[in-house]
Write a protein that binds this ligand. Structure first.
Ligand code: TGC
Ligand code: FAD
Length: 392
């Protein structure tokens, strides 16, 4: 059976910046990942199956709605705790972190922030326990980086809306009980709503053939004259800032999550380099391999500092969307580069499922694309510092 030998790396004594509660949360999630996730994840990824049996455990360790208030079933934790949970989950697998990010930041967050009291009470407790799984529908087949051009729409029929259109590349879609969906009304204004499985005309076909995030269920949300009750629509929020504000939260979590994947690759490569003998010596004794490892821990340390500081700013409600973009972009690119370098250190063994590196590397190809691509986040930074939009 696969043995998870991971040991944490804290080169700049970052633990001194964490509270005892943060460290306890980290230990809880890390132990769960070692015991429940690591032994099975490779097999599920190879089979392109989502390990659904992990859902109750994810809920138990507080991965669903960590910062949602306890009266709605959440944990009432701070933003650094949320980041730590994402880091530890993604240390195991980006796809499992995805399930938790979508549930927390893209489904529970908008229901909590934009929902009516009835919507909060109806959905949040069930999402927190994992009894219900949610998905988030923003991207469409022809509108990815430019979601403001979406064509999915609702028509006011008096006592209800009729929803038509489709969403593509939706994490959790095939397994979701509810979907938070963004669609335009007759005036072209973007509105948010909760669509429930079982509503007539709502289907969620699975997307097959992915080489990345294979243990995450991805699919479409298809709406064919779906009757959406008016009480399922978020009453106040209007425009693109509705879905984009949810992305702020998810992108922040990814900035932490990517560090987890990078740490796992670094830890694996470091151990392998010390154990693997070539030319009569451990390969860790060769300068070229030391350069790779030294650069990895340097980049991880920089990313840890960026994520931690962003967490402090988020706790104080001072983190700007552009600061979040910078951290998402930097940290995911850092993790992807480390995964590629770590794979080389393992030579041929690096391409096998005996080690987690190739799976992380393939997963990170999605992470660098979803929640805003690497280039889109660069343009967000560019716009922030120059005041000029280069999007169109
Ligand atoms: P633009 O004109 O700039 O803005 C429209 C309105 O939105 C406001 N806004 C934001 N509000 C909150 N947070 C943000 N991050 C915001 N960014 C912009 C803005 O102030 C404006 O408000 P108002 O009041 O003036 O109307 O919009 P644009 O059409 O030019 O587009 C801007 C752009 C390109 C940055 C944006 O559309 C974008 O971020 N595109 C990337 C799309 C994206 O990230 N999609 C992600 C889909 S979800 C997903 O991938 C989940 S994966 C989950 C997993 O498995 O983990
Ligand atoms: P496009 O927008 O077509 O971009 C293609 C390329 O063009 C990119 O390199 C991009 O950077 C570049 N580009 C686009 N516009 C510009 C520009 N103005 N200037 C310079 N370059 C530009 N979406 C959801 O709504 N919910 C989900 O749960 C979800 N989960 C996902 C899960 C997976 C596994 C994947 C792969 C995607 C998921 N997405 C989800 C969709 C994801 O957010 C989009 O794939 C992403 O936003 C990019 O959109 P696109 O794929 O249509 O690429």
């Amino acid at each position: 059976m696969y043995q998870d030998r991971y040991q944490h790396h804290d080169y700049y004594l970052m633990d001194e910046l964490l509270t005892e509660e943060h460290k306890l949360i980290r230990e809880t999630v890390r132990s769960w990942v070692k015991k429940e996730l690591s032994p099975i994840i490779e097999d599920y990824a190879q089979q392109a199956k989502f390990p659904k049996q992990l859902i109750p455990g994810l809920a138990e360790i507080g991965a669903f709605g960590p910062y949602i208030p306890t009266e709605y079933g959440g944990q009432g934790l701070d933003q650094i705790s949320y980041g730590i949970i994402m880091q530890e989950l993604e240390r195991g697998d980006s796809g499992i972190r995805s399930t938790a990010s979508v549930q927390s930041s893209l489904v529970m967050y908008p229901i909590y922030t934009y929902g009516t009291e009835e919507q909060r009470r109806k959905y949040l407790p069930k999402l927190a326990t994992g009894e219900w799984i949610g998905s988030f529908g923003l991207t469409e087949p022809n509108h990815g980086s430019d979601p403001g051009s979406m064509i999915t729409h609702i028509k006011d029929m008096g006592d209800h809306y009729v929803l038509n259109g489709s969403k593509m590349w939706i994490s959790n879609a095939p397994i979701c009980n509810i979907a938070v969906v963004w669609a335009k009304d007759e005036t072209g204004t973007i509105r948010g709503m909760v669509v429930e499985r079982g509503m007539e005309g709502f289907t969620t076909p699975e997307t097959h053939g992915k080489w990345s995030l294979r243990a995450s269920a991805t699919g479409e949300l298809v709406f064919d004259n779906v009757k959406v009750p008016k009480e399922n629509v978020f009453p106040e929020i209007r425009g693109l800032k509705g879905p984009l504000s949810c992305l702020n939260s998810a992108r922040y979590g990814i900035a932490w999550g990517a560090i987890g994947a990078a740490l796992d690759c670094y830890d694996t490569a470091l151990r392998y380099a010390k154990e693997r003998i070539q030319f009569g010596k451990p390969i860790a004794s060769f300068q070229l391999q030391q350069k790779k490892l030294a650069e990895m821990i340097t980049e991880i340390t920089k990313a840890q500092l960026l994520a931690w500081r962003l967490g402090v700013l988020k706790n104080e409600n001072r983190a700007t969307p552009a600061q979040i973009s910078m951290a998402k972009r930097n940290n995911v690119a850092m993790a992807l580069n480390i995964a590629r370098e770590a794979r080389q250190i393992l030579g041929g063994m690096g391409i096998t499922g005996e080690y987690s590196i190739m799976r992380h590397s393939m997963n990170l190809e999605s992470v660098v694309t979803y929640e805003g691509t690497h280039d889109i986040h660069l343009l967000i930074t560019g716009m922030d510092i120059t005041g000029i939009s280069a999007f169109s």
